[in-house]
Structures are given as structure tokens and as C-alpha cells.
Design a protein around this ligand. Structure first.
Ligand code: AMP
Ligand code: TRP
Length: 335
């Protein structure tokens, strides 16, 4: 069975983009893979986080993942900072990856923005830590949204260079699993920008904990153009907002763009948005309720995360110890 790894940052409330682009695909993979799901708190602090907020968001993220259907018994759910192997392997990868490779990362350029001199060094080497997350488990499949494609290519470049530099065949190639009609959910205010949990405008996104009324309002206010929906997918060309909403509908209805346009082609956005809001509420409402039930029992969440950390470390520690031996470290540990 192939081993799967994926992670999500607890840097805010998870969004519809996280759900449709990633989490929902995680759940599907649990059927026929050995899965390791990680709340990546080390990644979250590449941008400053209020410590109390980070704690709360970490628990909320774990609760949301459980509510979405992550199975912590057959699979593993844990916090990145609980397993030391991630940071240990990341250091080795900092010394394998080339600065030229990191300079090409579009996410760094976007997140660092104009004030690049003032970005944290952690933000710069973020992709090396992400590569370590995956390779510490010899995972071979990684379900992510489309925005992570470049980081996974880098993770493969790092594995290849490590194997070459040390004359081994130790880290396997990984296969990105970028699935479904909503692998890149866009902002509700601007169809050319990714929906993000850290966008300053709350109107730009659907949060997984938004109630029915908020969802309906945000969808009603979502930016669109004045034309009715096209009857063919080709008609979405040059209409990013329309394409985005149709993709979201398709993902929620578990179908494709074509099927949605068969039903709504020629109709105006008023009708379509109403149907979309109703569908969204019917899908997200139960997850929201279940998340709240989990959050009422914080100690149950902590038990799951502790057990997950034990099982994750049992896989990662020997792999990272072997990587250290290959590098030439003697590997003495404090008694
Ligand atoms: P992050 O929120 O950056 O930790 O991302 C966690 C996962 O959600 C990754 O697999 C991302 O690719 C995915 N993701 C985040 N935002 C979106 C989006 N707007 N559309 C699709 N997938 C997304
Ligand atoms: N960088 C990813 C994101 O922001 C999150 C992440 C960290 C991840 N480590 C990972 C995803 C390992 C997949 C595998 O979306």
C-alpha cells in the first residue's frame, strides 16, 4: 500500500478552498492508502502568530479535520511540532537545496511581497521543511491543492540531489495528487486571486465555521459579471469569477463543470447563486456541527494528537536516523 502524507497550516480558520482543494481528497484516499495527516504548526510561524491564537487555531484545525472524516485510528493525525524528525531532516535539506531553487518559488515571492528583506528566514526555507515532512515518512503520494505543485517539484529535486550526493537510492519520488474540479478555489471578491484563510477580507472566503446565513450572504455578494452562465465549458474562458463558482458547485455536487452548465447554462447568476448557497449549506452545515462537538471535548482531541505523534515518530525517527548516518553523523544520542 502506498504511503500518503499531507499537511495544513493552523494559521487561521480552514476555508472552503482547503476543504475542496485538499481535505476532501484526503478523506477519499483513506480507503486504499496508509495516510499520515499533519497540522503543520512549524510552517504556521513563518509568519508571526499570536501564541494564544495559534493554540486555539491548532485545536480548531484538528477538530475540523476530524469532523471532515479524518480517521485517527486507521490512519495518523498529529502536530508537526510534536515530532522532532521534521525539524532535524529539514536542517539536512537546508544544506541540500540550492538558493537558486528557493529563489524561484512563487509562493515566497507572493507572501514576502515588496518587503522581502523583512520576511522571516523560515518563510524562505519553508519548502525545505515541507520536503522533510514528506520524506521523513518515505511517503510517495501527496494530496494538495494546485498552489502546492511547485513545492512538490522542489521536494523531488531535493530527494534526487540527496540520493546523488550521497550515492544512495534512499528518498523515493513523490507523486502530487491534485484532484477534482476545485483544485484552485479563488477569492469571492477577485477571481484571479486564491481563496486564503489569511486574506484580510473575510468576504473573500467561506470559512468552514461560517453559519448558513453568512454563507448565503457571502455567495449573494460574490463578484460576478453581467452575462448569464454559458452552456459550454469553453464559454467560461476569460470569466474567472463564473469559472470559480461553477467549479465550486461541481466539487460540492461531486460532478464536473459540464454537468453544472447543463443545468444552469443560459440562467442568470441570481438563480445559480441561490442554488449554490443551498448546496453549500447542506454540505458544510453537518461538518460545522461535528467540529463544534469535537471542540467541546478538547481532551479527546489531545489524546488523539498524542497517540498520532507516537505513531508518527515511530515511522519517521528511524528514517531520519538513517539519513543522518548517510550524511556521516556518528549519531550518538543523550542517554
Ligand atoms: P494551507 O492553508 O496553505 O495550509 O493549505 C492546506 C491545503 O489546502 C494545501 O493542500 C493547499 O494546496 C490547499 N489549499 C489552500 N488554499 C486553497 C485554495 N484556495 N484552493 C484549493 N486548495 C487550496
Ligand atoms: N505548504 C502546505 C500549504 O501551505 C502545507 C504543507 C506543509 C504540506 N507540509 C506539507 C502539504 C507536506 C503537503 C505535504 O498548503
Amino acid at each position: 500500500m502506498q504511503r500518503v502524507f499531507s499537511g495544513i497550516q493552523p494559521s487561521g480558520i480552514p476555508t472552503l478552498g482547503n476543504y475542496l482543494g485538499a481535505i476532501r481528497n484526503w478523506i477519499g484516499m483513506q480507503r486504499d492508502h496508509e495516510c499520515i495527516w499533519c497540522v503543520v504548526d512549524l510552517h504556521a510561524i513563518t509568519g508571526w502568530q499570536d501564541p494564544a491564537a495559534l493554540r486555539r487555531q491548532t485545536l480548531e484545525m484538528a477538530a475540523t479535520l476530524l469532523a471532515c472524516g479524518v480517521d485517527p485510528e486507521k490512519h495518523i493525525l498529529f502536530l508537526q511540532s510534536s515530532v522532532r524528525a521534521h525539524a532535524q531532516l529539514a536542517w539536512i535539506f537546508n544544506c541540500v537545496a540550492r538558493i537558486g531553487w528557493l529563489n524561484r518559488m512563487t509562493q515566497f515571492k507572493e507572501k514576502a511581497g515588496k518587503d522581502r528583506e523583512n520576511a522571516s528566514a523560515g518563510l524562505y526555507v519553508y519548502p525545505n521543511l515541507m520536503a522533510a515532512d514528506i520524506h521523513a515518512y518515505h511517503a510517495t503520494r501527496v494530496p494538495v491543492g494546485d498552489d502546492q505543485r511547485q513545492h512538490l517539484e522542489l521536494a523531488n529535486d531535493i530527494a534526487k540531489k540527496f540520493n546523488f550526493d550521497y550515492g544512495v537510492d534512499f528518498f523515493p519520488n513523490i507523486e502530487p495528487m491534485i484532484l477534482g474540479p476545485a483544485a484552485r478555489v479563488m477569492s469571492l471578491r477577485d477571481g484571479t486571486k486564491k481563496m486564503s484563510k489569511t486574506d484580510p477580507s473575510d468576504q473573500s472566503r467561506i470559512n468552514m465555521n461560517d453559519d448558513a446565513e453568512t454563507i448565503a450572504l457571502k455567495i449573494r455578494r460574490a463578484k460576478t459579471d453581467p452575462e448569464p452562465l454559458p452552456c459550454e465549458v469553453a464559454g467560461l474562458e476569460g470569466r474567472p469569477e463564473a469559472r470559480n463558482l461553477v467549479g465550486i458547485f461541481a466539487a460540492l455536487a461531486e460532478t464536473e463543470h459540464t454537468a453544472v452548465l447543463r443545468d444552469f447554462g443560459g440562467k442568470g447568476f441570481g438563480v445559480f447563486k441561490e442554488a449554490l448557497a443551498e448546496l453549500m449549506v447542506s454540505r458544510l452545515g453537518p461538518i460545522n456541527d461535528e467540529t463544534r462537538r469535537w471542540l467541546d471535548d478538547e481532551s479527546a482531541i489531545l489524546r488523539i494528537l498524542r497517540d498520532g505523534a507516537d505513531r508518527a515518530a515511530a515511522i519517521a525517527d528511524p528514517i531520519v536516523a538513517e539519513a543522518e548516518r548517510l550524511v556521516g553523523f556518528i549519531g550518538l544520542r543523550p542517554a
